[in-house]
Design a protein around this ligand. Sequence first.
Ligand SMILES: *Cc1c(COP(=O)(O)O)cnc(C)c1O
Length: 457
Amino acid sequence: MKSLRAIPSVDSLLNLPVMAALQEEYGHEWCLQAVRQVLDEVRSQAKSADNLPTEEEIVSRVRSLLISQSTPTLQPVINATGVVLHTNLGRAPLCQSALREVSRIGEAYSTLEYDLNKGQRSKRDVHAADLLIRLTGAEAALVVNNNAGAVMLALAALANRKKVAISRSQLVEIGGGFRIPEVMRLSGAKLVEIGTTNRTHIEDYETAIQEGASLVMLAHQSNFKIVGFTTSPSLTEITELAHKHDLPVLHDLGSGALIDPATFGLETELTVQDALLQGVDIVCFSGDKLLGGPQAGIIVGTAKLIDKIRRHAFYRALRADKLCLAALSATLLEYLKGSAVESIPVLGMLARKAPELKAQVEKWQNELAAGQVIQGESMIGGGSLPGQSLPTWLFAFKPKSAKQFSNRLRQLDIPIITRIEDDRVLLDPRTILPYQEAVLLSSLRAALSEEKNEKRP
Ligand SMILES: *Cc1c(COP(=O)(O)O)cnc(C)c1O
């Protein structure tokens, strides 16, 4: 057995010429830690193994360790799942103008809370507010970190220690632990459940109001659907009743469509504008679901209530940052200019039609000389439009092991995320961003040829 003394010292390794470049790139301290870690591993492994690694092998391990430690864990991926608002894959990709704004505002000082005319302090909420007001017809608007925060803040500001009436059919749990009853409790509001899971009548709201409810809340059933023997009053019935008793109505719209999804062949959906037209006083919705912008919680409604919400201490804790406001403003501008469907990736994906998708997959099949072109469904995802899908065409490939093949695609420099069905790996062109297609095809070509070579004994 070799003596452990043959293992080089920390200093002798750090003084090697090859280490100079690594220290230049990662700094002395980080290199020192990496060298120590690798040497510790070598020592503990050497106790049982006879062959110690060479100096070169140790340096190469140090280099690999530094590379893996410095690679951001947040990486862009190619979403070939066909789930348009994939929560785990970051929901909405940003439009080009939003990206430009993030870079323009992020690299310099900005007028985040500064009034150039007066030369003094101003409020950050002005930035996206005017655009939101113009788009939705609301009197006022406020932007916070995300929609969970928006709902929490609105309830805390408007209904702390007060009773809030909500239908049992709307006590939803959204992914990631957002449960309406819990958010209500945390906000200090007192939940008053009305109606039943499948049926809620206007009389149920009336009774709750007579029993002291001071706010009526509605929540979008984002990720489920109740079908069969169901009923619920119309939104205008509810808002008229609430207003007759001087109570505000708060609607957590969830995905917050500004364009009715019916435009894309999906079921019609209450838009933010329509909710306000039908008398809702406060509407909360996400910035990165159907709106297709950055993560944000948007609150629009009457000036009086928005002002009350803005003055609540939680607003300071939940407010949006400058990069979010920059990206959101740019995204909203696309709507105002009428260029949303062309410019905003999520909307463009929803708008794509089956024949065009089929042609794209046929092109892949041709270029790769592999796979099949089959019919399928793209999901909307992200807790929006439950159970709804859009017809699509898929590239289907049956490898030796679908699991191993899809795993290989996930380990690429630009990972490709796929679906597996019936031992086939499926790729949906709907969610591939145009600039990713060339990389997708060259990666697939390489993976397919590797698969072919492995098949030969
Ligand atoms: C998605 C959703 C939320 C949470 O929104 P985030 O932006 O993810 O915080 C809250 N309520 C409803 C109804 C939703 O669909």
